[in-house]
Design a protein around this ligand. Structure first.
Ligand code: ASP
Length: 438
């Protein structure tokens, strides 16, 4: 059985078990076993993924910059991916607002029993601050706190300097290549535990959430999920076909494991190692492009989050009987695109940023309380859409730069992990004999 199939079974089992446990409602099982033990395993798994993000981005980006070899190409890849990221996010939210306006969820909503106190808003980050902060004052602090844009900036500067030093940097680049390979191997090891990790995460979420939460805001959930799926299978695949000519069916098959990780962890950042692996090893995108576009996208590109913000704003406007008008809708589009640049790819931030969008169009931020209950599941789905957008743009840019190996893209077996996990016997022997020699 392939790993992806195992993970999907684990996901289904977790979903069913979680819903059953939620219905039974046994306090001990739900808090101690599921919340405690399953929660611990799930957290370990997410931590293990996150543990890889910073070193993997660093070493693969050094290798990538050195591999590109030409600063102009690097600038082109940066420009193209930034443009496409903004385009996909803007399309996503525009479509979401149109759909939500037509279906109009939230009309006649009854506010009974919803506690809207205690929701605090977040101030809009200034665009200028966001850009100024890309340059880290202290790279060590940037690495320690996982500031992705700062890490990318610093690493690219380092890579360019290494290129300028030419031959003198050979051993540095080779060491980075080796470290990159080593990190990728750890990704495989962590992924081998994915069925267990995913099972625990999904069981916990559904035990805590149940399905009863959805009924009051069912209209919101349905419109949102519909818009997310439309973007995933419609808009993104259309862009892929249009801009690169690549097969969307193959793409969807190869990105599936990354989508499952994004769904289970609700974090684009934590999924970076898996997305990187999917686009390079399964789709044949050269590391020189992917090492830059994937972490960049995980940080600045959030199509799913923008869709949620669009649908939520229209929904809450209906609930409060406010007419957004064309101006309001355009403000929401602009704010959501900006917010997606400034939002980190971690669970739940989309909701925090929503308060900012609501504030801009004069809607009460307490409204967030109405949809907060269902946000975890919505977060999982939108994160899967977010990372799919990153991968689509990565493949489009790679194709346009001639940096994709089509033989790998078309090979259905490329990059499958399963039998890679044995320890190479020859390597083991070499290690053993060198230890004995000492
Ligand atoms: N969890 C999302 C992500 O990591 C961000 C969000 O919408 O909250 O991409």
């Amino acid at each position: 059985m392939s790993l992806t199939v195992q993970i999907m079974i684990a996901m289904g089992a977790g979903l069913i078990l979680g819903i059953i446990l939620n219905m039974i409602g046994n306090d001990f099982i739900n808090t101690q076993i599921v919340g405690g033990f399953f929660g611990m395993i799930g957290r370990m798994f997410v931590n293990a993924l996150q543990m890889l993000v910073v070193p993997l981005v660093f070493f693969s980006l050094i290798t990538g910059v050195a591999g590109i070899g030409d600063i102009r190409v690097l600038g082109r890849v940066g420009g193209k991916s930034f443009g496409l990221y903004m385009l996909t996010t803007a399309t996503a939210i525009a479509v979401a607002i149109v759909i939500a306006s037509i279906v109009a969820p939230g009309n006649g909503f009854v506010m009974d029993g919803i506690d809207t106190s205690g929701v605090t808003g977040s101030a809009a980050p200034s665009v200028w601050d966001t850009f100024a902060n890309i340059v880290p004052k202290n790279p060590v602090a940037a690495f320690a706190s996982g500031e992705m844009l700062q890490i990318i900036f610093y690493t690219i500067v380092l890579g360019i300097a290494a290129l300028m030093l030419g031959d003198r940097s050979k051993s540095f680049v080779e060491a980075s290549e080796y470290m990159n390979e080593l990190m990728m191997k750890i990704v495989e090891i962590v992924m081998a535990f994915a069925p267990i990790g995913v099972f625990c995460l999904i069981t916990k979420t559904f035990t805590e959430q149940g399905i009863g939460l959805f009924l009051p805001v069912l209209a919101y959930v349905l419109v949102l999920v519909g818009a997310l799926l439309l973007h995933l299978f419609g808009t993104l695949m259309l862009y892929l076909k249009l801009f690169s000519g690549l097969s969307p069916v193959t793409f969807m098959r190869k990105i599936r494991s990354a989508q499952i990780f994004a769904f289970s962890t609700a974090s684009s950042n934590a999924t970076i190692p898996v997305t990187l692996r999917a686009v390079t090893e399964k789709m044949g995108v050269r590391n020189s492009v992917a090492s830059f576009t994937v972490p960049f996208g995980a940080t600045i590109n959030m199509d799913g989050t923008a869709i949620m913000q669009g649908v939520a704003t229209v929904f809450l406007a209906n609930v409060y009987g406010v007419d957004l008008g064309l101006g309001g809708c355009l403000t929401v589009i602009g704010m959501a695109v900006l917010a997606s640049i400034g939002t980190a790819g971690v669970p739940g931030v989309g909701m925090v940023m929503l308060t900012m969008v609501l504030g801009q169009v004069g809607l009460p931020i307490e409204g967030v309380a109405i949809i907060l209950g269902v946000d975890r599941l919505m977060d999982m789905i939108r994160t899967a859409v977010n990372i799919t957008g990153d991968a689509v743009v990565t493949t489009i840019v790679a194709k346009s730069e001639g940096k994709i190996d089509m033989a790998v893209y078309d090979d259905p077996m490329a990059g499958l992990v399963d039998d890679d996990l044995r320890i190479d016997p020859a390597a083991e022997e070499r290690l053993a004999s060198s230890v004995h020699a000492e």
